[in-house]
Design a protein around this ligand. Sequence first.
Ligand code: FES
Length: 107
Amino acid sequence: MATVTFVEHSGAQHEVVVPNGDSVMQGAMRKMLDGMVAECGGGLACATCHCYVDDAWIARVGPASEMEQQMLDFSSNETRPGSRLSCQIILSDELDGLVVRLPESQF
Ligand code: FES
């Protein structure tokens, strides 16, 4: 299990407990958080699950794969150092306490 803190664009924070093996995107979708769309359901084909990993967690989460990076280029949101597609971040005990920020919109 990993507790993920989602920070919406409004500043509202939500702590969500997500089972190991699920993605950050799945955790956000279950709580229907603002700023998460995930049109393709995690298939790495939409870039509407863009999130910003908190600076303190970037190294532990690791970089985007080449394919993910290509999809991030299609995101309507600016790309920053912590940019990841949240469907590609799989949770484990090591990511317990992760903090991610969500954009105002995915379009
Ligand atoms: Fe479509 Fe992540 S949900 S790329």
